[in-house]
Design a protein around this ligand. Structure first.
Ligand SMILES: Nc1ncnc2c1ncn2[C@@H]1O[C@H](COP(=O)(O)OP(=O)(O)O)[C@@H](O)[C@H]1O
Ligand SMILES: [Mg+2]
Length: 526
């Protein structure tokens, strides 16, 4: 028998974001025991760093991971950031797609999914509530609140079980969560490695970590410099679509379309607006909400043909080559290191980005697999380690495309080196909500290659110089052994006394001056 639409539509429902991710937690990166725990570390650490930096505080994080049972852990994560006001606590931790970073600004988070995802995972695997303590200033007064809550998945909001005022000594948030079905691992994709890589890209941070065996690690800061705060930048005309224009037009308080253009896009002067008016024949004095889709399409089409200055790059704050060097030295203790920060470039015509890279050799560079040192590739986006999905990432692709033999590295996989690459952008083109890999935009691939080839050249020079010095030392050694014989024989022939050995040796031996070899000087080269 046929069924009526009305009957079929009885099943019609709306899903909240939380319900959706409860069914699809792998989309938040929560798949596999090791990966799930690493993702939790990632979400909580990135939030703490973002919050502290935004408040102008030197980040300090304390993480305590206890193992209760086989795969049951309790994680307590504490930071010294500005804290979260009481009324926002459940919004932060229980509402998905809620946050303060939906702006055109360089930050680690950008989707409002992170810590609420952790609470969801905790609840889904243990049924236990979360506990948060927040210290924050309200006016001049330092306030403290302790809250126990669950997530009401159907409503995508928090359910407070208990809330009380507590005394706190300083600002910051402490969150305690139970997890099952996760696993702490020392592997490359595990939580410990995540912390180590975070420290390389964030040498201004301090992290204390107590692992499940009770061992305490203290990662000291390698620098006292807090990175300058990135500025919010307006989108570049080349980066917007017709849909963006219509969306802006709907939600603006501007009375005319032309003032919407000049106030919401970068590089958009009155002169430019007049040119657009002339070229398209569209009256830009009309009210924004009267803008038609076809007209918006026409304008965007024109944008792609007009010459604009590149987007402002004041919004981009790279780590900087000196700071990368400090971070890598602190963690890897290498024999040789070279770093570089490239000039800003754009992808998709209007999104600015910067690539920076570092290469280190010797010390703890590379990763030990069995007895053998393998190359270690560390990918970062806005200082955040990218641990998973490396196969599909632009950084991996670019590094693989380099002819490493030209730089004296016969086989990239088996070299005792660490390659560090960071992409800085207000809009990192992630391939998915898990934010673990970067879209292979042609300009990004190009920049990663250029940066890496430059530092690889410095490494090559170093390795060559080291080899030459070794050979030189070997030659000197042979010579040194021969000198006494020659002196004696020569004196015999000349019928003189045998001279002092040392005075002759000083004249003839050249010392290897390997330490003084100049490495490649810095400077931009294409
Ligand atoms: N440790 C923290 N200190 C202060 N504010 C925080 C902290 N963690 C999260 N927040 C706030 O909660 C919001 C949501 O965080 P999150 O769900 O991770 O999304 P995102 O980081 O993408 O914005 C953040 O935008 C921030 O405003
Ligand atoms: Mg976040």
């Amino acid at each position: 028998m046929e069924r009526e639409a009305a009957e079929l539509f009885e099943e019609f429902k709306e899903l909240t974001a939380s319900e959706f991710f409860r069914r699809n937690k792998q989309m938040l990166g929560f798949s596999g025991k090791i990966r799930s725990l690493t993702m939790v570390f990632h979400e909580l650490i990135t939030n703490s760093l973002d919050a502290a930096e935004e408040a102008g505080i030197q980040p300090e994080i304390t993480i305590d991971l206890k193992r209760v049972d086989k795969d049951h852990y309790i994680l307590k994560h504490t930071d010294n950031g500005p804290g979260i006001p009481k009324k926002f606590i459940t919004k932060v931790y229980c509402t998905m797609f809620a946050g303060s970073k939906f702006r055109n600004i360089q930050s680690r988070g950008q989707q409002g999914l992170g810590c609420s995802g952790c609470v969801l995972l905790s609840q889904m695997t243990t049924g236990k509530p979360a506990k948060a303590v927040s210290g924050y200033y309200e006016g001049e007064k330092l306030k403290g609140v302790e809250m126990t809550f669950k997530m009401d998945v159907k409503k995508n909001q928090g359910l407070i079980l208990d809330s009380k005022e507590v005394e706190v000594k300083n600002t910051g948030v402490s969150i305690e969560l139970h997890f099952k079905d996760v696993s702490y691992s020392l592997s490359e994709q595990g939580a410990f490695e995540y912390i180590r890589r975070t420290m390389i890209a964030n040498p201004h941070a301090k992290i204390r970590f107590r692992d499940p065996t009770g061992h305490k690690f203290i990662f000291e800061r390698a620098t006292d410099v807090i990175p300058p705060l990135p500025k919010e930048v307006l989108p570049h005309p080349r980066g917007v679509t017709a849909d963006d224009l219509i969306f802006m037009a709907k939600h603006t308080d501007k009375r005319r379309f032309r003032s919407l253009l000049t106030s919401s896009l970068s590089r958009m002067s009155t002169k430019r607006v007049n040119e657009i008016e002339e070229a398209t024949g569209i009256d830009l004095n009309k009210r924004p909400k009267d803008m038609k889709w076809e007209e918006a399409e026409k304008i965007v089409d024109l944008f792609s043909q007009m010459d604009f200055m590149a987007p402002p790059t004041s919004g981009l704050i790279p780590i900087g080559k000196d700071q990368i060097e400090k971070g890598m030295r602190e963690i890897l203790n290498p024999e040789f290191i070279s770093t570089t920060t490239r000039k800003p470039k754009t992808y998709r015509g209007g999104v600015a980005f910067v690539i920076e890279a570092g290469i280190s050799y010797g010390g703890d560079s590379g990763r030990l697999v069995g007895e053998q040192k393998k190359a270690e590739i560390m990918r970062f986006a806005n200082r955040v380690p990218l641990t998973f999905d490396q196969g599909s990432c632009a950084i991996t692709e670019a590094l693989k495309s380099i002819d490493w033999k030209r730089y004296g590295i016969r086989d990239l996989d088996n070299a005792p080196i660490t390659v560090f690459v960071n992409i800085v952008s207000t809009n990192v083109p992630y391939l998915s909500t898990g934010k673990q890999s970067i879209a292979p935009e042609a300009e990004i691939l190009h920049e990663v290659r250029q940066a890496t080839m430059k530092i690889a050249r410095s490494l090559q020079k170093y390795i060559r110089a080291k080899k030459a010095a070794k050979e030189e030392a070997l030659r000197s050694k042979i010579f040194e052994n021969l000198v006494p014989v020659i002196i004696r024989e020569a004196a015999l022939l000349a019928e003189t006394d045998v001279p002092e050995y040392d005075s002759v040796l000083a004249k003839v031996t050249r010392k290897a001056k390997f330490e003084n070899i100049e490495l490649e000087s810095e400077g931009e080269d294409e």
